[in-house]
Structures are given as structure tokens and as C-alpha cells.
Design a protein around this ligand. Structure first.
Ligand code: UDX
Length: 437
């Protein structure tokens, strides 16, 4: 069996690599960072995700995953090469595709055994794959095959996609890629490379828009005394809308949403297109951490010299990733207001925090503060007993920036509960629409 080669062993590359190994393919992983390859050879993944170590160990044993620090060795015999290198945002919002160009240039030098399909899987501005095709087309066919993986469940998402999108000009090249995933039996969309690029970035833009929509509805609920849990659930049951990604909170963070929306906004502005929704999505998201801080300030009066316990630093639950985490931004803002913070996150044990802040490995120690602020939606936070952590919160204030705690339990423990678009003094247990039927 000819191997598949993955160039770039970050989140996207690793999920692809291990997912393909699960499907029975032999996969060669290559990365320009040698240290990363050394660690992977020793079974150490580059990031944390539930179950990742086990799958890596399993396929080191089956022999289906192998790591290379030489591109020629990794790619020479491959039938498909997947390029999953980073495309970070520049200050002006445009995507930095220099790493992708360098990877394709390096591939154009490889003496392949047979002409392979090269699939770009990094998120790129529309038009990039067509623009880069000339770099490699003497020796390979270039397709665009976006990923829709969430961190924390990336291998699972790879194996259970809602759809498979392949952008290509030559059908055979697209088929070579699609055949890798034929065991998944998911809807397959063959389209142009540009359309595939647009599908990827506009999917993320729509998910980001949904979150910003939920956050504005929550603000409306706060102002009117409404209950966003019920309002958004009532909206989300409409199948045309869907209930996922309608959870209000501190806003969306992470390496994808903001970057992707800014990139589309940049592309639109370069074409003098006057589009409104993308920048509005980002503006709402920028305001959201401030809203949560204002809730805390309203309860506390001043934050100067206060100690605030913080639960959660990762940009979302299930990962140790703090890239573009709004929790970090809030911790920075607290420091600017003169507050000290004691931060607990079950996965994050190293982070650059402001001088007046420190990380602890105990949730209870973080709760030993004037007030408690919940910033990541880790399910275990909801499971902690408020009668245990409550007594150490001196001002008895809990601001739940993720609506993850049970307001009734927290209030019953003698604490003042403030959520996002949630009534502060919840009404007695209501019948939900579902339980009433
Ligand atoms: C996202 C997309 O989901 C994925 O398809 C794409 O390939 C990469 O970007 P990811 O960044 O891993 O994945 O995280 P996601 O689960 O989408 O969450 C992004 C952010 O939005 C997190 O900060 C999360 O806490 C927040 N979020 C998510 C909300 O605030 N409310 C929600 O309802 C959902």
C-alpha cells in the first residue's frame, strides 16, 4: 500500500494523520520542526486532547504512523500528500500564507515515485490554491480539501464529518483524495478549488455569527429580564436555525474564528466590497468580554486590590490551547483594573499571565478569593459542589461567563449568581417544553 504523507503535525495534521491510520492507511508525518518529530517518535503529541495519546500509541504499534524529519523520505512514495501547515493572521487581518508557499516549494523539489495528489488542508483566502498551483503542477496535482475539526475532538471529527468537500480541477486528482475517506460514507461535494476555500472560511464565519447572535440575544435578555437559555433553545429548535453554537458566553476565542472572519473581511475590503456581517460579528465578539467584566464590576463596585478567582483559561473546554483565548484577555483586563487573579484550568499549566496573577492546580484554591469568575466551559466546574467552594468566596459573588453552573444550586449555597443573559434570581424549577410533553 502506498502511504499518505502529512506535511505539518499541528492540530489539523495530527488529526488527519491519526484519523487516516484509524481508517487503515499507512501515514507518514513530516514537520519542519525537528523537535516536534523527535517528541512524536517518543509518543508525545504536540498538544493535549482526550484520547490522543492512546491513538498515537496504538498506531505507533500497528506501524501505520511513522514520523520523518526529511520531506523527501516522507513524501517520495506517497499517493496523496496533505499539507496542513499554519496560516496565521497578520496584523492587518490578511492570512500569512508564506509557510504554505514554502511547503509547496519544498514539495516541488521531491522526486516522486508516481505523480501524487497534493491536498491543501490549511484554511486559506479564496484564490490561494489556484494561485499556488503553478508551483507544483509539473510534478503533482493540487486540490483543496478543507477540514472542519474542532479542537478537543479533532480525531473524532475527522472520522465523523458532516460533509467531505474537495475542490479540484482534475477529477482524478480529487478522487484520489476522496478515496482515502470512502469508508466514511458522508456527503461528498466536488467543486472548484475556489468554492471549496469559500465553503471553509464561510462555514466558520457563519458559526462565529451564530455565537455573536446568541451573545446579543443574551444582552437583550439581561436588559429586559429575559432568560437566554429558554429564548435560544426556543429559537434553536427550529430546524432551519439549529440549536448548536447558540451558547452565549465570553465570546469566541481560539486560533480559527477570529482569524478566518478577519481574513474574509480583508479579502472583501481589498475588492471594495461593502459587506456588513463579518465586521459586526467581530465587533460583538470584542464587546463580550467587556460585558462580562462589567457584570463583575457591577457586583463588586471597584476591582482595585480585589482578588478574583478564575476558573478556566483555555479558549474552550477539552483543550490546553490558550491562543486567542478571551479568558486570557479578561485576566489581563482585571490586572489593568488593579485586581489580582488566581487562575485554575484543568489542562493549562503554563501561561503568560500578568504580574498580579498566578496559576494554581486547585479549583478550590482559586475559589479562595473575593469573587469567582468562570471563563471556560469545562463540565467539571458544574459538577463541583457550591457548598464546598462557596464558603471561601469572601464577597459571595459568582460570575459565570459561560452559563455552565446551575444557578439554583449556586444560589441555594448562599452565593449571588450572575450569568450571561440569565436571570440572577432564577425562578423555581420550570417545566421544559420537552419534559412537559
Ligand atoms: C472551530 C470550528 O468549529 C471548526 O469547524 C473549524 O475547523 C475550526 O474552528 P474550534 O476553534 O476548535 O473549531 O472551536 P469551537 O468548538 O468551534 O469553539 C470556538 C469558540 O467559540 C470557543 O471559544 C468556544 O468556547 C466558543 N463557543 C462555541 C461559544 O462561545 N458558544 C458556542 O455556542 C459555541
Amino acid at each position: 500500500m502506498r502511504p499518505v504523507c502529512i506535511v505539518g503535525t499541528g492540530y489539523v495534521g495530527m488529526a488527519c494523520m491519526l484519523g487516516l491510520a484509524e481508517l487503515g492507511w499507512v501515514v507518514h508525518g513530516y514537520d519542519i520542526v525537528r523537535d516536534r518529530i523527535d517528541r512524536l517518535r517518543r509518543g508525545i503529541p504536540p498538544y493535549r486532547e482526550p484520547g490522543l495519546d492512546e491513538i498515537l500509541r496504538k498506531h505507533a504499534e500497528t506501524g501505520r504512523v511513522r514520523f520523518f524529519d526529511d520531506l523527501e523520505d516522507a513524501a517520495r512514495d506517497a499517493m496523496v500528500i496533505v499539507v496542513a501547515v499554519g496560516t496565521p493572521a497578520r496584523d492587518d487581518g490578511s492570512a500569512d500564507i508564506a509557510g504554505l508557499r514554502a511547503a509547496l516549494e519544498a514539495l516541488s523539489e521531491v522526486e516522486f515515485a508516481v505523480r501524487p495528489t497534493v491536498a491543501i488542508r490549511s484554511t486559506v483566502p479564496p484564490g490561494t490554491t489556484d494561485q499556488f498551483a503553478a508551483l507544483v503542477e509539473q510534478r503533482c496535482d493540487l486540490v483543496y480539501a478543507p477540514e472542519f475539526l474542532r479542537e478537543g475532538s479533532a480525531v473524532h471529527d475527522f472520522l465523523h464529518p458532516d460533509r467531505i468537500v474537495v475542490g479540484c480541477t482534475a477529477p482524478d486528482a480529487g478522487l484520489a483524495y476522496a478515496r482515502l475517506l470512502q469508508g466514511l460514507e458522508r456527503p461528498l461535494i466536488f467543486t472548484s478549488r475556489r468554492n471549496a476555500e469559500l465553503i471553509k472560511s464561510c462555514s466558520n464565519a457563519f458559526l462565529a455569527l451564530k455565537i455573536s447572535f446568541a451573545n446579543e440575544i443574551a444582552a437583550l435578555c439581561d436588559s429586559l429580564g429575559g432568560e437566554s437559555d429558554d429564548v435560544l433553545r426556543g429559537i434553536g429548535y427550529d430546524r432551519r436555525i439549529g440549536g448548536e453554537f447558540l451558547r452565549p458566553g465570553i465570546g469566541f476565542g481560539g486560533p480559527c474564528f477570529e482569524k478566518d472572519v478577519r481574513s474574509i473581511e480583508y479579502v472583501a475590503s481589498q475588492r471594495q466590497l461593502d459587506l456588513q456581517l463579518f465586521s459586526a460579528t467581530l465587533r460583538v465578539n470584542d464587546a463580550q468580554p467587556r460585558r462580562v467584566l462589567q457584570s463583575l464590576e457591577r457586583e463588586m463596585g471597584t476591582l482595585a486590590a480585589a482578588t478574583i478567582g478564575v476558573w478556566g483559561l483555555a479558549f474552550k473546554a477539552g483543550t490546553d490551547d490558550v491562543r486567542d483565548s478571551l479568558a486570557l484577555r479578561i485576566v489581563d483586563s482585571l490586572a489593568r483594573r488593579g485586581a489580582r487573579t488566581v487562575v485554575y484550568d484543568p489542562y493549562v499549566h503554563v501561561a503568560r499571565l500578568p504580574a498580579a496573577s498566578r496559576l494554581t492546580t486547585s479549583a478550590l484554591e482559586a475559589a479562595n478569593a473575593d469573587a469567582l469568575l468562570v471563563l471556560t466551559e469545562w463540565p467539571q466546574f458544574a459538577a463541583y459542589d457550591p457548598t464546598e467552594y462557596g464558603p471561601s468566596i469572601r464577597r459571595r459573588i459568582v460570575v459565570d461567563g459561560r452559563n455552565i453552573l446551575d444557578p439554583e444550586r449556586v444560589t441555594a449555597a448562599g452565593l449571588r449568581y450572575v450569568g450571561v443573559g440569565r436571570e440572577s434570581s432564577p425562578c423555581p424549577k420550570r417545566l421544559t417544553a420537552v419534559s412537559a410533553i
